[in-house]
Design a protein around this ligand. Structure first.
Ligand code: GAP
Length: 520
C-alpha cells in the first residue's frame, strides 16, 4: 500500500486535486479538482449513474434482484425549507462531540481523541499504572490501533524508568476520561505544556447555517444540505405522481453536501464540501430485508467491477449497538486506505422513518397507492426504504489509491495509475514519433478523428519514453504513436499502459479497435 504523501503529491503534480483557494492559503476541508481530477470524478459519477439509474441491471449480482424494478433520477435543490431538517432529525441531532484545547487552540472530535495512562512493568514483573498524568492522542476511541508515543509520553516514561530500569512502559486506554471532570483535569493534550487544558465535550451541529433573503434573522435561517437523501424523500410524492414507477423502485441523486466537520482530514476523505451519490429504494415492509441484502451485494460488486482490488475492499455489517434508532440494518463498504480501513459507502435499511417524519411534519399524505393490489387493505401503505449512500470524493480517492503503482520498465522506474478504462480521465494519447517528416500532421489528423469518440490527448513534446511515462502517471490506457510506417503502410503502434505491450493497428480500424479495448 502506497503512502498518502505519494498520492497527494501525484494529485498536485499532475492536476488531479488542489487545495481550494490555494493562493490565499487554502481553506481547510475544501478541495478543487484539476483538469485530470475533474474527468476522473465525472467518470466515476457517470459510471454510477449509468449502472445504478439509467442502465441498471437486475442480474448484475450472482443471486440477481428479488424482482425487476424501476430506477429514476432526481436533482433537488441544495437549499430547502428548514422544516425538512427538523423532520429529518438533523436540527436536533446531527452533531459530533467536540473538545477544545484552551492552550493550543486546537479543536478535536471527542470520539477521535483517545486518552491513555502509562502502565509500567516493574522489575518484579508486577504491572503498575501511573495515571496522575493522562495523555491524549489522536485515535479512534475504542479502536485498537497502535498508539503513537509523543514527546511528553517519552519524557514521562524516561522519568518513571529512572527508578525502575530495564522494563518498558506502555500506554493503556482510559475510556470516558474526557467526559469525567476529575480525569479530564489530568489529561495532557497534544502539544500542550501542562495537563488540564481540554474543555468538556459539547455537541456541535455539523450543518452550515445560512440566511435566505435580505434579513438575517431567525425567520430566514436555512441550511446547506448535509446529505442529498432528504431531497429525495420530500419529492417522493412528486415522483410517484408524475412517473410510471411502481413500488419497488428507486430514486437516485448525485450532488453536493456540506458538513462543518470538526476535523477535516486525510486529504479529501473527510471534507466540509463533498459530493454524494445516493439511492433511496422504496419497497414494501415485508420485502425490505431481501432488498437490503440485494443492495449490499450490488454496491459491493460495483467497486470490484470497476477494477478495485478485492483484498482492499470489505463489506462490514454494523453491530446492533452502532445502528441508528430507526434503522433495521446497516452495512459499510470499507476500503483499506493508506491511513487505515475506512468507510466508502453505507447501505442502510431505514424502515419508513423518513417518509413518516415528513408526513407528520408536513401534514401531507405520503402513502403510496397500489391500484393493482387485490387486497384492498394493503393498497395504501408507507414504503420502507433501503439507502445505498456513497461518496463521490471518497470513491475517487479510493480508486486513485488502488490504481497507484510503481514499477520498472526497460530499466526505468515509472509511476502508473492502473485505472479502469471507464474511469481513466484520458482514454488515449496520440504522439508523432518525431516532430518532422509529416508525422505531426498525420498524428493531428488521427487525434481529431478520435476526439469525436473519446477524450484523447495530443502530445509532440519531448522524447517518446517521457511522453509514455507522463500518460502512465495520468492513467491513460493507450498511447498511439505515428511513425514512418504510418505514412507508408497506414498503421500506428498502440501501447497498452499496464503491460506496455505494443501492437500495430491500421489507422482505418483504430477507432473501432480502441472502442472495443476500452469497452465503450
Ligand atoms: N444519507 C445518508 C448519509 O448521508 P453518511 O454515512 O453520513 O450517510 C454517506 O454519508 C457517504 O457520504 C459516506 O459513506 C461518505 O462516502 C460520504 N461522506 C460523508 N461525510 C463525508 C465527508 N465529510 N467528506 C467526504 N465524504 C463524506
Amino acid at each position: 500500500m502506497e503512502s498518502m504523501e505519494k498520492i497527494v503529491s501525484l494529485c498536485k503534480r499532475r492536476g488531479f486535486i488542489f487545495p481550494s483557494s490555494e493562493i490565499y492559503g487554502g481553506l481547510n476541508g475544501a478541495w478543487d479538482y484539476g483538469p485530470l481530477g475533474v474527468e476522473l470524478k465525472r467518470n466515476l459519477k457517470q459510471a454510477w449513474w449509468d449502472d445504478m439509474v439509467a442502465h441498471h441491471d437486475e442480474t448484475a449480482t450472482p443471486q440477481g434482484a428479488p424482482q425487476s424494478f424501476g430506477m429514476v433520477g432526481l436533482d433537488s435543490a441544495l437549499l430547502m425549507n428548514p422544516k425538512v431538517w427538523e423532520a429529518s432529525g438533523h436540527v436536533g441531532g446531527f452533531s459530533d462531540p467536540m473538545v477544545d484545547d484552551r492552550e493550543t487552540r486546537a479543536r478535536y472530535r471527542a470520539d477521535q481523541l483517545a486518552v491513555y495512562a502509562l502502565e509500567f512493568i516493574g522489575s518484579d514483573g508486577k504491572l503498575e499504572r501511573y495515571d496522575e498524568v493522562l495523555f491524549a492522542a489522536p485515535g479512534e476511541v475504542g479502536k485498537s490501533t497502535p498508539v503513537e508515543l509523543f514527546e511528553p509520553h517519552r519524557k514521562r516514561i524516561a522519568s518513571l524508568q529512572k527508578g525502575k530500569p530495564g522494563k518498558e512502559a506502555r500506554p493503556v486506554a482510559v475510556p470516558g476520561a474526557l467526559q469525567d471532570e476529575g480525569l479530564r483535569a489530568k489529561v495532557l493534550a497534544p502539544g500542550a505544556s501542562a495537563p488540564g487544558t481540554l474543555t468538556a465535550p459539547r455537541a456541535f451541529n455539523l450543518m452550515f447555517k445560512t440566511h435566505v433573503g435580505a434579513l438575517e434573522d431567525n425567520q430566514s435561517v436555512t441550511y446547506l444540505r448535509p446529505e442529498t437523501a432528504q431531497g429525495i424523500f420530500v419529492n417522493f410524492k412528486n415522483v410517484t405522481d408524475t412517473s410510471r414507477v411502481r413500488v419497488p423502485f428507486g430514486i437516485g441523486q448525485i450532488g453536493k453536501a456540506f458538513r462543518n466537520e470538526i476535523n477535516p482530514r486525510n486529504f479529501t476523505f473527510r471534507s466540509r464540501e463533498f459530493e454524494q451519490m445516493e439511492i433511496e429504494f422504496f419497497c414494501r415492509a415485508g420485502e425490505a430485508e431481501q432488498w437490503y441484502q440485494y443492495w449490499r451485494e450490488r454496491r459491493y460488486r460495483w467497486y470490484l467491477d470497476l477494477g478495485m482490488k478485492q483484498e482492499n475492499l470489505h463489506l462490514r455489517e454494523h453491530e446492533a449497538s452502532e445502528l441508528a434508532h430507526y434503522a433495521a440494518g446497516c452495512a459499510d463498504v470499507e476500503y483499506d486506505f493508506p491511513f487505515g480501513r475506512s468507510e466508502l459507502e453505507g447501505i442502510a435499511n431505514r424502515t419508513d422513518f423518513d417518509l413518516r417524519q415528513h408526513m407528520q411534519m408536513s401534514g401531507k399524505d405520503l402513502r403510496y397507492f397500489d391500484d393493482q393490489e387485490p387486497n384492498e387493505d394493503a393498497r395504501r401503505f408507507l414504503p420502507h426504504v433501503i439507502e445505498p449512500s456513497a461518496g463521490a470524493d471518497r470513491g475517487t480517492l479510493a480508486f486513485l489509491c488502488d490504481a497507484y503503482s510503481e514499477d520498472t520498465v526497460g530499466g526505468e522506474a515509472r509511476t502508473v495509475l492502473k485505472l479502469h478504462p471507464r474511469l481513466a480521465p484520458i482514454k488515449a494519447a496520440v504522439f508523432p514519433l518525431v516532430k518532422k517528416d509529416g508525422m505531426p500532421e498525420k498524428a493531428l489528423e488521427i487525434y481529431r478523428t478520435l476526439k469525436k469518440h473519446f477524450n484523447v490527448y495530443y502530445d509532440e513534446k519531448g522524447a517518446i519514453g517521457r511522453r509514455y511515462r507522463r500518460q502512465d502517471e495520468a492513467g491513460t490506457p493507450f498511447c498511439i504513436t505515428v511513425d514512418g510506417d504510418t505514412l507508408t503502410a497506414g498503421s500506428v503502434t498502440v501501447r497498452e499502459r499496464d503491460s506496455c505491450e505494443q501492437t500495430r493497428v491500421g489507422v482505418a480500424e483504430l477507432a473501432a479497435v480502441l472502442g472495443e479495448r476500452l469497452g465503450t
